[in-house]
Design a protein around this ligand. Structure first.
Ligand SMILES: [Zn+2]
Length: 339
C-alpha cells in the first residue's frame, strides 16, 4: 500500500498543487503497487460487478462510492475503461504541456491517475478495453478529434464487443453497469461505451457467438448510471444558497445534460460510508478534477446525498425487492441468487 490515497480535504481547505515530479512519482508508486496485487480467481467472489466506463475519472465521479462499497464487502469489482482520456483538459498548470495539443502525453499520465484512484477505491481488477491505448479519446461531440481513425468513436464495433465479451466470460459478473443510450451527457465515448456494453451483454450469453472466447455467461442485470433531477437541483440550490460556487453555470437541473427524471431511477445505492474513498479517488485524478471546482464543492456541501448515494436505472433483468426510498432497489444485486 502507498500513501497515494490522501485524506479528503476539509471543507474550505485550499490544497497546494503538487509539482510535476511529485505527481508523477505518486502515479508511478500506485502503478507499482497495483502490479503487486495478488490475483484472485474471479469465481472466488460470489458477487461480481462489472463497470464499463469511457475515460479515467468517469468511474469515480459516477460510481466511485458504489465501487468502494462492493469492494469493501468482498465482491469482485471489475472496471473496464475504454480510452485513456487523451483529450481531457489539463487543470494542473504545471502539467499543461501534457495536453493533446502540446506533448499529447496525457493518456500515459492518466493511467497512473486511474491506478491511484482504483487503489483509493480498493478496486484491484482494472483493465483497458483492448489494452491501454487501444482506443483513443474521441473528444467532445462535433470536434475534429471525432474523425481520428484510432478514436473510440470510430472503433470497429465488432472488435470492441469481442474484447468485452472475453472479459465478461472470464469474470462472469451478475451485474453490469454502463451509461444510457445518450452516454449520460452525449460524449461520443460514453455513447460508444453504451453500444459496446449492450452488445457484449447479450453476445456473452449467446452460445453461437465466438465460442473460442470462452464459456457463455449471461449476466443477470444491466444498469445505466443515473443522476436524478431532484438531487441535481438540490445540489445546485444548496451551492447557490451557500455562495460557494456556480455548478457548471447552471440555475436549474434542466439546464444540464446529465440529469434524468426521478421516475426513471430504479435503484439507489447508499454508499455514504465510502464517501472518503470516493473523495480520495477524485483527488487522484489531479489533472481532471479541480479541488476547488464544482464536484468537490458538491461533495463538501451536500456530499452524503449528492455524492455518497449513487443512482441507477435497471435496463435489463428482473427488478429485485424494492424496499428503498420511493420504492427503489437499494442493492445492485437485489433479487439475484449468487450462491
Ligand atoms: Zn468521460
Amino acid at each position: 500500500m502507498t500513501d497515494a490515497t490522501l485524506p479528503p480535504p476539509e471543507p474550505g481547505e485550499r490544497i497546494e498543487l503538487d509539482d510535476e515530479a511529485a505527481v508523477l512519482a505518486e502515479a508511478a508508486t500506485a502503478v507499482e503497487a497495483a502490479a503487486e496485487t495478488v490475483d484472485m480467481e474471479p469465481l472466488d467472489s460470489p458477487r461480481r460487478l462489472l463497470l464499463v466506463h469511457a475515460h479515467p475519472d468517469d468511474e469515480t465521479i459516477g460510481t466511485g462510492a458504489t465501487m468502494a462499497l462492493y469492494a469493501a464487502q468482498g465482491a469482485l469489482v471489475t472496471l473496464v475503461t475504454c480510452t485513456l482520456g487523451e483529450e481531457g483538459e489539463v487543470l494542473v498548470p504545471g502539467l499543461a504541456h501534457l495536453a493533446s495539443d502540446q506533448d499529447d502525453a496525457l493518456g500515459q499520465h492518466r493511467i497512473g491517475e486511474l491506478a491511484a484512484a482504483c487503489e483509493a477505491l480498493r478496486v484491484t481488477d482494472h483493465r483497458f478495453l483492448g489494452g491501454p491505448g487501444r482506443w483513443r479519446d474521441s473528444g467532445m461531440m462535433g470536434t475534429p478529434q471525432n474523425d481520428r481513425p484510432e478514436c473510440f468513436w470510430q472503433a470497429d464495433l465488432d472488435e470492441a464487443v469481442r474484447d468485452l465479451v472475453a472479459i465478461v466470460r472470464e469474470v462472469r459478473p451478475q451485474v453490469v453497469v454502463t451509461y444510457d443510450s445518450n452516454g449520460g451527457y452525449g460524449h461520443p465515448d460514453h455513447v460508444q461505451a453504451h453500444r459496446v456494453t449492450v452488445a457484449a451483454f447479450d453476445a456473452a450469453g449467446d452460445p453461437s457467438y465466438a465460442p473460442e472466447l470462452g464459456e457463455t455467461w449471461q449476466a443477470a442485470k444491466l444498469y445505466w448510471t443515473a443522476f436524478p433531477n431532484s438531487v441535481l437541483q438540490a445540489g445546485i440550490d444548496h451551492l447557490k444558497a451557500s455562495g460557494e460556487t456556480n455548478f457548471f453555470g447552471a440555475d436549474s437541473a434542466d439546464d444540464l445534460p446529465f440529469g434524468v427524471p426521478d421516475e426513471q431511477v430504479t435503484t439507489e445505492v447508499d454508499a455514504g460510508d465510502h464517501l472518503d474513498a470516493k473523495t480520495a479517488a477524485m483527488r487522484a485524478h489531479k489533472t481532471q478534477i479541480e479541488v476547488d471546482g464544482p464536484f468537490f464543492a458538491l461533495s463538501n456541501n451536500v456530499g452524503q446525498r449528492a455524492f455518497g448515494t449513487e443512482y441507477y436505472t435497471l435496463a435489463r433483468g428482473d427488478r429485485g425487492p424494492s424496499d428503498g426510498p420511493l420504492g427503489r432497489e437499494v442493492d445492485l444485486f437485489a433479487g439475484i441468487d449468487h450462491t
